[in-house]
Design a protein around this ligand. Structure first.
Ligand code: GDP
Ligand code: IMO
Ligand code: MG
Length: 428
């Protein structure tokens, strides 16, 4: 048995896609358990770039089974576009298994996402407008429509008619928007259903069989710990559980079957969308990081906000996820700085705090306390062995290990598969 969870330790976009693709070469099954096509996971192989949103990042290996689990919110239109794009790039999409229990995103979810953001004005969350929040709202409210309903024409028609009527009332009466055409939705979704049918499966059984038969299972987190609806910077979060515990619910794996929790963190911090960000660098240093790291969203193209590494935040995530090891990403982006700063505490009302606060008012007033480390000038993008990294890069990594009391098992020095330094094995 060997099940590894990959979680984002920050606000998403830590480089999970790259690590999952790297580890998927040995994996039998890769599983997504939450989120939807709000995620954007980039995989670079040689000079080819793949942007994955709903489809797990194990798809580039023909033998690997790629599961879209029950906890995912599934946009059929987005999914089919992604399938077409991958097939056009010569990637086989045969090995995808979609849970019958996953909830389906409909046009009214996307429309309500857009209208609700507009109505929030300067309090907007900065969502991806993919209908994620409204779809999870329906799930929890018990009015969602699942893949098993999509596969049943009668159920689908009855449920969609009921929902569109209810949602049009909200769209028109609350937001003053235009009602949606139920006939068009039914027509489109019947076509989607037929194309999707071949992927539908009892994915929980697939995961259980894999675990029972000692297969390697890779659980692919989307988003990041600080976007978790319980533990993140609420309400500037997504509507699911991107933490390791989310997989127990989102894929049906027992928590005691998860053996390794690999936290993915950038060597600095980024965030897309609104909300507080203690180490944000709204200056030329932030701009330098954004340019060097190509920090523009994979899903929405928005420029990402950039700042120094915040170890208070990553340490909080390490505890919540039960991280057992770390993968440090985009270290190459920090090349060329004389000095690097790392946040090791927050100053709040003349006190130093080391726990991540719940209240955004408090967080907004926290001033980062920095340790300054020496930078390095050498190009590290071709380094293959840890020993060959510049001394100051190693000191930076070891500083992180000491603070978190966790081993940094992977160091990433560029977007390609080959630009990955493995210090220790991940699968047990
Ligand atoms: P994810 O959502 O966590 O999968 O991350 P994204 O794919 O949204 O964003 C990470 C970006 O960094 C992508 O463009 C990756 O190709 C790129 N990337 C990953 N690792 C490295 C690295 O070590 N160095 C550099 N320069 N880029 C990297
Ligand atoms: P990956 O998997 C970064 C952010 C949005 C917004 C908030 C809520 O690529 O790391 P939503 O559409 O989910 O309701 O938006 O969450 N967000 C992400 N930020 N990476 C992601 O995914 C994200 N998915 C959602 O920008 O602030
Ligand atoms: Mg991303």
């Amino acid at each position: 048995m060997s099940s590894v969870v990959i979680v984002g330790a920050q606000w998403g976009d830590e480089g999970k896609g790259k690590v999952i693709d790297y580890l998927a070469k040995e994996a039998d099954v890769v599983v997504r358990g939450q989120g939807g096509n709000n995620a954007g996971h980039t995989v670079v192989v040689d000079d080819k770039k793949y942007a994955l949103h709903l489809i797990p990042s194990g798809i580039l290996y023909n033998e690997t089974i790629n599961v879209i689990g029950n906890g995912v919110v599934f946009d059929p239109e987005g999914f089919l576009k992604e399938i077409d794009n991958l097939e056009n790039q010569g990637v086989s999409t045969e090995n995808i298994k979609l849970s019958e229990r996953a909830h389906v995103i409909f046009p009214y979810h996307k429309e309500i996402d857009r209208l609700a953001e507009e109505a929030r004005g300067d309090k907007k969350i900065g969502t991806t407008k993919k209908g994620i929040g409204p779809c999870y709202m329906d799930k929890v409210e018990r009015s969602g429509i699942r893949i098993c309903d999509l596969m049943d024409a009668e159920e689908l028609e009855e449920k969609v008619r009921f929902q569109v009527k209810a949602k049009n009332t909200i769209i028109e009466k609350i937001y003053g928007g235009e009602p949606l055409d139920v006939e068009k939705i039914l027509e489109d979704y019947k076509v989607y259903a037929e194309r999707i049918r071949k992927y539908v499966a009892d994915t929980t059984a697939i995961v259980h069989d894999a675990v029972k038969n000692d297969k390697k299972v890779l659980l692919e987190g989307a988003q990041g710990t600080l976007l978790d609806v319980d533990f993140g910077t609420y309400p500037y979060v997504t509507s699911s559980h991107p933490i390791s515990g989310g997989f127990a619910i989102g894929s049906g794996i027992g928590p005691n079957k998860i053996e390794e929790v690999l936290g993915i963190t950038k060597a600095y911090t980024t965030r897309v969308g609104e909300g507080p960000f203690p180490t944000e660098l709204d200056n030329e240093i932030g701009d330098k990081i954004r340019i060097a790291g190509h920090e523009f969203g994979t899903t929405t193209g928005r420029p990402r906000r950039c700042g120094w590494l915040d170890l208070v935040m990553v340490d909080y995530g390490a505890r919540i996820n039960g991280m057992t090891c770390v993968s440090l990403m985009l270290l190459d982006v920090l090349t060329g700085f004389d000095k690097l700063k790392v946040c090791t505490g927050y100053k709040y009302n003349d006190e130093i705090i080391k726990n991540f606060p719940a209240s955004l008012k408090v967080l907004g007033k926290c001033e980062p306390v920095y340790e300054e480390l020496d930078g390095w000038k050498e190009d590290i993008t071709n380094v293959e062995k840890y020993e060959d990294l510049p001394e100051n890069a190693k000191k930076y990594i070891e500083f992180i290990e000491e603070y978190l009391e966790l081993p940094v098992k992977i160091v990433s020095v560029g977007p390609k598969r080959s630009q990955t330094i493995i210090r220790d094995r991940i699968y047990r």
